[in-house]
Design a protein around this ligand. Structure first.
Ligand SMILES: *[C@@H]1O[C@H](CO)[C@@H](O)[C@H](O)[C@H]1NC(C)=O
Ligand SMILES: *[C@@H]1O[C@H](CO)[C@@H](O)[C@H](O)[C@H]1NC(C)=O
Ligand SMILES: *[C@@H]1O[C@H](CO)[C@@H](O)[C@H](O)[C@H]1NC(C)=O
Ligand SMILES: *[C@@H]1O[C@H](CO)[C@@H](O)[C@H](O)[C@H]1NC(C)=O
Length: 452
């Protein structure tokens, strides 16, 4: 035990170091509206967020030749005092940057400034690549009335800052995005059941973006989901520190849907809901060096609700630690769906005090009424759970609850060692309708209860 603790610490140290580093690269040649930048210090760090610095395709000499134009919120009337509405300043700075023929930087100045924003829509296509360098803090209006309550305007209510249809967008800078979510949480039906169940805004949404980088940011206290990536491709999310109280309702960390070629690395996510939720239409997603907890763990799904079709493939979840989360590695689908979730690997995971460490649930149901039996199901296949160790706080360490009609198949359990916290009791594993194989040592012994 002592030896394995040491190993865990050795493993942890470089990971934590990575999580809090922001890569500041060499200063790029920066101008403000075409004039040479006076403030070299602040701009040199903003340029690390620049599109040139991140593009492996352009050589260093090309990088020096290219110029960036900087569009600071303060030049467009931004106050950054946390009180005035800076939404118009952001909108104008964005519009100018997006129209720039040269790579552009939208600068959110630092120095303790807080830019108060209502709903903001930042849309492309842009003439050149755009980087948003968040040095200070973007803070959401705490006034819920700034979001429409009208069900016809649900799209408006459920988003705070949205980037849409931008190619080559980078959002970074080491600053913060603060959803100011308390007012929303206490009015959530999950917290106060006298309130109607209405969705709250997602803090940062990326819709239809290609070649997207979001890196080196703190995203805190979202009203609901912290980051949502939808209909995007070629995405890198890195060095994000996402936090909200463990009791905050529906505050997923990172939500991904209808997107392909996505990498998530070096992130630390502590929230009240899923650390990551991986939904329909996600293909070729690689997650590595992520630390989760508190929260609900990493989930693929729910898929197939309301008899819908789902398609999820090529998902690798690698080198993840989970602290006190409800689930560890989970796939959940509703009865009655169709389509597939396939070629999925969860590996090199360490779990501390997780409630349900390994779970495939093809009979998922979160309705008030029990869900009725249905014949069709989302097919779950080629799923590997490998090199997973740690502790569980319930007996249900490994649970494969698959569909009677569409059995899950190609499930591999390899090198798993899950113990019950405290070590007094032995954890268990139950399976229904699962075609699985075991490789190496698997503890608990898989599928020893309720097998059929
Ligand atoms: C930069 O451009 C904006 C918008 O065109 C303008 O309002 C601002 O005055 C310009 N700043 C400088 C320093 O030229
Ligand atoms: C910055 O750009 C200008 C104009 O393109 C160029 O003359 C100058 O040498 C560049 N400076 C650096 C440090 O690259
Ligand atoms: C899921 O994605 C598939 C394929 O893109 C699509 O046909 C289906 O309608 C989507 N399901 C839902 C619930 O959106
Ligand atoms: C599997 O799912 C079914 C349907 O939801 C449920 O009745 C059963 O109790 C589950 N089995 C286990 C072992 O949790």
């Amino acid at each position: 035990m002592a030896a394995s603790r040491r190993q865990q610490l050795v493993f942890l140290a470089p990971l934590l170091a990575l999580l809090f580093l922001h890569s500041d690269t060499e200063a790029a040649n920066t101008t403000i509206n075409g004039t040479s930048a006076a403030d070299g210090a602040s701009l040199s760090s903003s340029s690390s967020a620049g599109p040139m610095a991140r593009s492996p395709a352009s050589s260093p000499s090309q990088q020096q030749q290219q110029q960036q134009s900087v569009f600071s919120l303060d030049r467009y009337g931004g106050r950054g005092d946390g009180k005035h509405d800076d939404t118009p300043a952001l909108a104008s700075a964005w519009e100018a940057a997006c129209a720039s023929p040269r790579p552009a930087v939208v600068l959110v100045p630092g120095g303790g400034k807080r830019y108060l924003l209502k709903a903001a829509r930042l849309s492309g296509p842009c003439r050149s690549s755009v980087a948003v360098a968040v040095k200070g803090t973007l803070v959401a209006s705490p006034n819920r009335a700034d979001w429409s309550d009208d069900d016809d305007k649900k799209e408006d209510r459920t988003h705070w800052v949205v980037f849409r249809a931008v190619d080559g967008l980078t959002v970074s800078g080491g600053g913060a995005v603060d959803g100011n979510g308390e007012a929303w949480w206490k009015n959530s039906c999950k917290v106060n059941n006298a309130m109607p169940c209405k969705e709250a805004p997602t803090a940062l949404s990326f819709h239809y973006c290609t070649s997207l980088r979001v890196e080196g940011l703190k995203i805190v206290n979202s009203q609901q989901i912290h980051i949502s990536v939808e209909d995007c491709s070629d995405v890198q999310l890195a060095r994000l520190f996402i936090t909200a109280p463990g009791t905050s309702p529906n505050t997923d960390g990172i939500h991904i849907t209808r997107s392909k070629d996505v990498q998530v690395t070096d992130c630390k996510i502590k929230t009240g809901d899923d650390c990551m939720s991986i939904e329909n239409g996600t293909h070729n997603l690689h997650v590595s060096k992520v630390v989760c907890g508190p929260g609900h763990g990493i989930s693929i799904g729910s898929l197939g609700d309301h008899n819908s079709r789902a398609e999820v493939s090529s998902i690798a979840i690698d080198t993840v630690q989970l602290y006190g989360t409800t689930n560890g590695a989970r796939i959940k689908t509703y009865q009655g769906g169709s389509g597939y979730a396939k070629d999925i690997t969860f590996q090199n995971m360490i779990m501390y005090n997780v409630k349900y460490p390994i779970i495939i649930d093809q009979n998922y149901c979160d309705n008030a009424e029990p869900c009725k039996q249905q014949k069709s199901a989302v097919e779950v296949s080629n799923v590997v759970f490998k090199n997973i160790k740690g502790t569980t706080i319930t007996k249900n360490a490994i649970k494969l609850n698959c569909s009677k009609n569409v059995r899950c198949h190609g499930i591999t359990l390899q090198n798993i060692n899950l113990k019950m916290e405290g070590g007094k009791d032995k954890p268990q594993s139950s399976c229904q309708n699962a075609e699985w194989r075991k490789s190496g040592t698997v503890l608990p012994q898989p599928c020893t209860t309720a097998e059929n």
